[in-house]
Write a protein that binds this ligand. Structure first.
Ligand code: SF4
Length: 179
């Protein structure tokens, strides 16, 4: 098994685990709803005092707070319908050095279904970066995108002109300091 195959296999297993967790969370929410109804019935019959309900609510809130969701996924959007910003990236690359491709952002389920864009296995589903801090798909020599036709929604809709992380002054073509 080569590195790409290993990555795809881990990614598929992780996605399956995340989806299983989503199902479990929906079942838990359903149980919680039924439990609340039961508490209402018991309180209505005078078998639970108001203090009991508060204790149960506190216990539920503490349990929910202990579980931090680790999956970040952008709301579904059809990336192929997102218009490109009117910025000539190829002409600007010698100045900006593709700083935008060092930014972190979430993928969508559309990206996951396509299985082309890589994501951080330890932080699903953020775009994957390499040790140099840049996107895994960036061609370091040319500044081109290795998955241009399938690039994520965030890349398509992004406009660097007003982003102070990229440009100190876009009109005067002064890039921001490198991070
Ligand atoms: S997917 Fe392409 S455009 Fe998007 S951050 Fe990576 S290299 Fe840049």
């Amino acid at each position: 098994m080569d590195a790409d195959e290993a990555y795809r296999s881990v990614a598929a297993a992780l996605r399956e685990a995340v989806e299983a967790r989503g199902r479990a969370e929906r079942q838990l929410a359903d149980l919680r709803g039924r439990f609340d109804q039961l508490v209402d019935v018991l309180a209505g019959k005078g078998l639970l005092a108001e203090g009991h309900r508060k204790v149960l609510d506190r216990a539920g809130a503490a349990a929910a707070g202990a579980v931090k969701p680790r999956v970040r996924l952008r709301a579904w959007v059809d990336k192929y319908r997102i218009p490109n910003a009117d910025v000539d990236c190829a002409a600007l690359y010698p100045l900006c050095h593709a700083r935008c491709c060092s930014l972190s952002f979430e993928l969508t389920t559309q990206d996951l279904d396509e299985g082309v864009v890589r994501w951080e296995v330890e932080e699903p589903y953020l775009i994957r970066h390499e040790a140099d801090g840049y996107c895994s798909h960036l061609d370091r020599a040319t500044g081109g995108c290795g998955v241009y036709a399938r690039r994520p929604a965030t890349c398509r809709g992004y406009d660097c002109r007003g982003d102070r992380r990229i440009w100190a002054d876009f009109d005067r073509r002064i890039p921001a300091p490198l991070p």
